[in-house]
Design a protein around this ligand. Structure first.
Ligand SMILES: Nc1ncnc2c1ncn2[C@@H]1O[C@H](COP(=O)(O)OP(=O)(O)OP(=O)(O)O)[C@@H](O)[C@H]1O
Ligand SMILES: [Mg+2]
Length: 361
């Protein structure tokens, strides 16, 4: 990414208030449905509440993330259902919402022939700030995203990474209470992605601005979010804290250096249900004795035990077509059924770095 590293924090202007901690939800949808012409159902009865903080809105390409964001901003009308942002109705109070919310759109939408300063100042004016305040705020925002030195260059001469940062700066410039960021790391190299995520985390932590960040990269979301809203085919898959997504599961992972197949047979004879997973076996726990049963089976076969541990959930498992262990809350089963009924392929996540949620056929 070109340009210098991100600069110092924005001093909040006098009178600016952080998101009111008394607000129960920064956004809230009820049975929200959006059908585009041609019978494309982008959102399908989505009901979700988002509390203040940094929330990841995660889903594969085409899951409905951008559609949801545009409805929240009042840029699109829902077909059915309701949506509220900061307590305001998205259809009745759209212009008030847009004055309180900073939006970073997914696609490149910057005018090439103006400087970053001119553009961000203009956007701050558009969100209601007086001329002098807008200028100051634009300078602070551009400093925060690390573009202070380059602020008088025409935006058309910027690299992709710098353009993403101008988009973030204009979202910040109107002194928002909530930021809606649509795929903010799009097109960035690994260093640029890291820098962008760090900026977003600092906005949440230092300015008390709530952030909803849409992404199909679970690995990134996991690094900066307090909460996660996972959607698939326009439906809610799960909404929860990051911690509860990755809590201990009721599954044991056992790895032996040799003899995995014999161990699986022995465990089946003991009434357990082992499944192959990588180099080992995943065994759903059946009471407190499961660990002892596995240990005894390994010892009985004389196998070299490499690992036996209670497994933590990995974030990407919410998108994987795997059985959910007993006792783990999930809407996965019902969503899977409806997803199969549609023409969409099931959703899986790869396990490579920067895990990507993607549809596979
Ligand atoms: N203007 C439109 N007209 C018709 N269909 C549309 C339109 N916009 C989006 N869609 C369809 O609605 C569904 C949801 O699209 P949306 O852009 O909201 O998904 P997304 O989760 O943001 O995807 P991505 O990760 O690719 O940005 C997709 O099937 C898409 O093709
Ligand atoms: Mg999108």
């Amino acid at each position: 990414m070109a340009g210098q590293s991100p600069g110092t924090a924005i001093a909040r202007p006098p009178g600016a208030q952080p998101a009111d901690p008394g607000d129960a939800f920064v956004l809230e949808t009820t049975a929200l449905t959006k059908q585009y012409p041609g019978r494309v159902t982008a959102l399908d009865g989505l009901t979700v509440q988002v509390t203040p903080g940094i929330t990841g809105l995660v889903g594969a390409n085409g899951a409905g993330k951008s559609t949801l964001i545009k409805i929240l901003l009042g840029l699109l009308e829902p077909t059915k259902g309701r949506a509220r942002v900061l307590g305001l109705d998205c259809q009745l109070d759209a212009s008030r919402i847009r004055a309180l919310v900073g939006y970073m759109p997914e696609h490149d939408c910057l005018p090439p022939d103006v400087t970053a300063t001119e553009f961000v100042t203009h956007m701050a004016r558009m969100s209601g700030l007086p001329a002098v305040a807008a200028k100051e705020r634009a300078a602070e925002s551009l400093r925060h995203v690390g573009l202070h030195e380059e602020r008088y260059r025409q935006v058309g001469t910027y690299s992709t990474g710098m353009k993403q940062r101008v988009k973030l700066a204009q979202a910040l410039a109107g002194d928002p209470r909530l930021l809606l960021l649509d795929e903010p790391t799009n097109g960035l190299d690994p260093a640029g992605r890291g820098a962008m995520l760090e900026l977003i985390a600092r906005i949440g932590a230092e300015f008390g601005i709530s952030v909803v960040v849409a992404s199909h990269l679970l690995g990134e979301i996991e690094q900066i979010c307090d909460h996660l809203v996972a959607i698939e085919a326009g439906r809610l898959l799960r909404s929860d804290t990051i911690g509860s997504f990755t809590q201990s599961s009721q599954v044991l992972l056992v790895e032996v250096e040799t003899g995995t197949a014999e161990l699986a047979d022995a465990l089946r004879c003991d009434g357990l249900d082992p499944r192959p997973a990588g180099r080992g076996l995943l065994v759903p726990m059946d009471g407190d004795t499961t660990c002892d049963v596995i240990r005894d089976a390994v010892a009985g076969l004389g196998l070299p035990l490499a690992r036996l541990e209670q497994r933590r959930h990995r974030l990407e498992e919410i998108f994987r077509d795997e059985p959910v262990p007993a006792g783990q809350p999930s809407t996965r089963a019902s969503t899977r059924a409806s997803t199969r009924a549609s023409t969409r392929a099931s959703t899986r996540a790869s396990t490579r770095a920067g895990t990507e949620v993607s549809h596979v056929s």
